[in-house]
Design a protein around this ligand. Structure first.
Ligand code: URA
Length: 252
């Protein structure tokens, strides 16, 4: 893993911030100052220090957030938009989002410092389902739902895989569909809906694996156990994440 990623994935700071710390000469690897953020490091084996503090094993943590609209999933934004990091409890160590939700998509977002767990949830090969409640700009036809179930051409040479699609409700003018997919292509649900001739008026992720959004108010988050999402198995399998240990020397 590159050194900037070691620092970010393992609880110190975002990759961008970590790269700055490394370039500034604040990080040593096995006793030597390393100024290259892309230097290759074996996390469990190398002794990495930040400002002289050894990075030590930290607990893996998992959070579920109900992401509000008008909030982006990236860390920091040149346009100054609100990010999910603005919603984290103060003092929370560095976490990263498990996949992304568009700025206007609301609902369930997982955050963790466990990259193996994150990979498991996002990798289409793991077949972890993500369910969305989708408000359409019209009434859904049976034909449109059948096409969505089968998979459609979503442009840029991509095809959606089979989906579970059911009518959640309609008001005689607009329909709400529940669409469940086990993949996560960029803006996939919006592109699927557009492929069958509709627009998405509102999109909310309501479930990931076994974990439901219900009970979590917009903007709120709660700590979860990985088993709440993926059932039987453990969360990550990578070595526990190091975080900065307290300074061994007394501060002056
Ligand atoms: N599909 C989308 O189109 N957007 C999201 O944010 C998530 C899934």
């Amino acid at each position: 893993m590159t050194l900037d990623r070691v620092l970010s994935r393992y609880g110190v700071a975002s990759r961008g911030e970590a790269a700055g710390m490394i370039r500034a000469g604040r990080v040593t690897v096995n006793g030597r100052t390393e100024r290259n953020p892309l230097a290759w490091v074996a996390p469990g084996q190398a002794v990495v220090r930040l400002d002289g503090r050894r990075l030590k094993v930290a607990r893996r943590v998992y959070w579920a957030m109900n992401k509000p609209a008008d909030c982006i999933t990236s860390h920091g934004d040149p346009k100054g938009r609100r990010t999910v990091y603005d919603l984290l409890p103060p003092g929370q160590r560095w976490l990263f989002p498990v996949g992304r939700l568009d700025q206007d998509t609301t609902g369930l977002l997982l955050l963790t410092n466990d990259s193996v767990f994150a990979e498991r949830i996002t990798n289409p090969g793991s077949k972890v389902e993500k369910a969305y409640l989708v408000k359409l700009n019209g009434l859904a036809t049976e034909e449109a739902m059948a096409r969505l179930r089968q998979g459609v051409d979503i442009g840029r040479g991509e095809q959606s895989g089979p989906a579970h699609v059911k009518l959640a409700r309609d008001n005689g003018r607009l329909s709400w569909l529940e669409i469940t997919i086990a993949e996560g292509k960029n803006r996939q649900v919006r592109r699927m809906v557009e492929a069958v001739g509709y627009r998405v008026l509102k999109l909310t992720r309501i479930r990931i694996g076994k974990l439901e959004l219900s009970g979590l108010a917009p903007g709120k988050m709660r700590q979860i156990r990985p088993e709440e999402v993926v059932g039987t198995s453990q969360g990550g399998t990578e070595p526990e994440a190091p975080a900065a240990e307290r300074r061994a020397r007394p501060a002056h």
